[in-house]
Write a protein that binds this ligand. Structure first.
Ligand code: GLU
Length: 419
């Protein structure tokens, strides 16, 4: 199934992090064998009609990595780079992410290899409905609960929910999270991932004796995660020295006007042509003079080639898997602290859990309640991670994996093996 070296290394990188923690936990070989294989991988074709009348076929995926702690949970990615290997790695990460913040979920992820920017709203709806229809038997509030990820939106979740509900002839808002408020979404869900990034960053800055006021922050990625985290950093008095999206980056050592950049990106659907700062590349953004660096785009951007040039003291993984194990090693050697993805960006799935719980009850919470509970979940589990980190003298990432693996293994052992 794995076709290129790049693809092999996405899941390979993920496994490398797992193995390091499994070693420290003295995990037996059999349990490791089970945990390094996905429970279920589904690949299917998505034929659909273009507005022009032409017929096209995309490939869709859903990987249900683990059910040990509950239904599979994780987003759906619409991106030209989607492969089975990438989706498997992302589903693997969801397993540890859900466990590290103690949610009653396993891990899953889905994707369609396509470029959603090039699809009309009608085409996007047809692709989404066909994707959902193919998965009707295997998703559901107690089976597997998709959500947004790169390239997917609340509207896409609404179409998914509607298609599923029509098929099973029952209104089922809890089949997906990240929906619009009008159809069973949760207040605070759109902001949740960015909010979690900023909450964990601020907590770690405090730990490191850094004050937010005037701290220089650079953020790669200006989608849902990056733009909201950037806004929250600015609200806390940080100086945003760099931002970027797929079209390139902008730098201003005195600080960019974040509100202006967000308004620009909303109007133009990207930062392309924004004039608020000096034009830089995405590669340059990662090496900017700054205190905090937040990669919030895609995986594998911090590598053995650039890790030695990173100037930040703190790296916060807004994206899933932005740091390769080689880069991680360099950061550890250089004393650069990394808040790992499975914690830093867990705010999204945490509020997805709140949404799922609200949908099941048919009773919706105030935004302040969502935000307070989110902060509580992140702080409680971050404290536990820190305790493991200092007790075992390991970096935050290893500690987070150790905590997550331990929780999943306990559930597995209690359930026993059905054979
Ligand atoms: N796609 C997000 C993530 O990677 C959210 C997943 C969810 O809410 O289920 O964590």
């Amino acid at each position: 199934m794995l076709s290129t070296a790049r693809e092999v290394s996405v899941f390979g990188d993920a496994i490398a992090y797992f193995n390091e923690a499994a070693e420290l936990l003295d995990l037996d070989a059999g349990t490791r064998r089970i945990l390094t294989k996905p429970s279920r991988q589904i690949i299917f074709s998505i034929p659909f009609q273009r507005d022009s009348g032409e017929l096209e076929v995309y490939t869709g995926y859903r990987v249900q990595y683990s059910f040990a702690r509950g239904p599979a949970k994780g987003g759906v990615r619409f991106h030209p780079g989607v492969t089975l290997d990438e989706v498997t790695a992302l589903a693997f990460w969801m397993t540890w992410k859900c466990a590290v913040v103690d949610l009653p979920f396993g891990g899953g992820k889905g994707g369609v290899t396509c470029d959603p920017i090039k699809l009309s709203p009608g085409e996007l709806e047809r692709v989404t409905r066909r994707y959902a229809a193919e998965l009707v038997e295997v998703v559901g509030p107690d089976k597997d609960v998709p959500a947004p990820d790169v390239g997917t939106t609340p509207q896409i979740m609404a179409w998914f929910m509607d298609t599923y509900s029509m098929h099973i002839r029952q209104h089922t808002p809890g089949v997906v999270t990240g929906k619009p408020l009008e159809v069973g979404g949760s207040r605070g869900r759109v902001e949740a991932t960015g909010r979690g990034v900023s909450l964990t960053t601020l907590a770690q800055m405090k730990e490191m004796g850094m004050t937010p006021k005037g701290a220089r922050v650079a953020v790669q990625g200006f989608g849902n995660v990056g733009s909201i985290a950037t806004q929250m950093f600015a609200d806390h008095g940080c100086t945003i020295v760099g931002i970027s999206d797929v079209t390139g980056g902008y730098y201003n050592e005195k600080g960019l006007d974040v509100g202006g950049a967000i308004a620009y990106a909303q109007e133009h659907h990207s930062l392309d042509g924004y004039r608020g700062g000096e034009r830089i590349t995405n590669a340059q953004l990662l090496e900017l003079p700054c205190d905090v660096l937040v990669p919030a785009a895609l995986e594998k951007v911090l590598t053995a080639d650039n890790a030695a040039h990173v100037q930040a003291k703190l790296v916060v993984e807004g994206a899933n898997g932005p740091t390769t194990p080689e880069a991680d090693r360099i950061f550890n050697e250089r004393g650069i602290v990394v808040i790992p993805d499975i914690l830093a960006n867990a705010g999204g799935v945490t509020v997805s859990y709140f949404e799922w719980a609200q949908d099941r009850n048919g009773y919706f919470w105030k935004e302040s309640e969502v935000n307070d509970r989110l902060a509580d979940v992140l702080h409680t589990n971050f404290t536990e991670i820190r305790q493991v980190s200092s007790l075992r003298s390991v970096p935050l990432r290893t500690a987070a994996y150790m905590l997550a693996i331990d929780r999943v293994v306990k559930a597995m052992k209690m359930r026993g093996m059905y054979a």
